[in-house]
Design a protein around this ligand. Sequence first.
Ligand code: OGA
Ligand code: ZN
Ligand code: ZN
Length: 393
Amino acid sequence: MNSATQITPMTPHSHAPEMGELTPYQTGPALTKATLTQMGVALEWQDGQQTTLPLRWLRDHCACEECRHPQTRERLYLPLEAIDKPPSVSLLEGHLYLQWQDDHLSAFHGGWLYQRRPEALRPSALPTIKAWEDNFTPKRVRHSDFLTPEGEKAWLTAMLQDGLALITDGPLAEEEVSRLAERIGPLRATNFGARFDVRSKPNPNNAAYTAVGLPLHIDLPNWRQPPDIQLLYCLQNGASGGESLFADGARVVDALRQQAPDALTILSETPIDFRFQDETHDIATRAPVVSLDAAGHLVEIRMNNWIRDALHIPVEQMDAWYSAYALLWKLFHSEAHQLEFTLLPGQMVAFDNRRVLHGRREFDPNSGARHLQGTYLDRDMLASRLRVLARDQ
Ligand code: OGA
Ligand code: ZN
Ligand code: ZN
């Protein structure tokens, strides 16, 4: 790179550069220094933060109308070429201007660059996962509050952090679950439809459609991509029994790691088969019961004993696998890890289906009616809503 290039000031711009970005970036310390170096452009802000951004990165992030679509805000520039000649660099009113060798002009808002300096944590409106503790009590948001941005934000935050939250005092209206879900995103359809009814039915094709108790499970582990978020809205719960049960996979997997790390290794490294079949479907996949990331954190749990398929693993691993599965099962179903409550009509429980296991106690269909309506959402839509709501802060 030719370090002798002159820094030539350009005509001052009366307005700050537009970055094609809806999350606010206008606040933050002012950009006070911009210097061309061997490594790129060295920047410094009023609070002392510094970084050096390579020329290729800067050229790639140009937000002019040629480089970023002015309506969709999507990138148009394709960064295939090296930059052999450095641009001229100027700093005006806290913003960075680069004039490239082909005369292309890039303008960067100092606050936008501050948010994106590689040394900073990536900007995020999202809460991090927090495993349940002993005294965990789910967040409850009144239905009328959920319809306000603050209430919705509280519910979304709890969903992403705790993996479970309640909406209370809602109307006893058919399809209310769909209306609530659609505020967040499109319903995620499955072989049971986009919206399903949970009540005992004649000729059930699924244990949930009977009156039997359901041990803790996730729904649809037989899909490559099980639904992320499940919503269950209670319309009637007059039958005796039928209490709801939940347990946090993040917490239980931590407990298994403490008690029996080898069992966790077996469950996380042995893919097994899951399968659902009825007259029109045969949906199957193979995956471990516990998926962990490289740091050992839970990515997802797949436990559902009644749609586990024949165990097809090497014979010499079978005993150890069954023992590990039994340990995890017992941990999930131990009193200490279970949350139990009765859903009341007008309440909706929502939970992260790939993290928090759910179940219910047996009920007596002759003692009264029990009717829940359910649907699913993608977690991306919850995260999206939270980012959109955070724009107005
Ligand atoms: C289900 C389910 C819980 C309940 O439909 O998958 O787990 O409380 N239902 O009936
Ligand atoms: Zn451009
Ligand atoms: Zn279920």
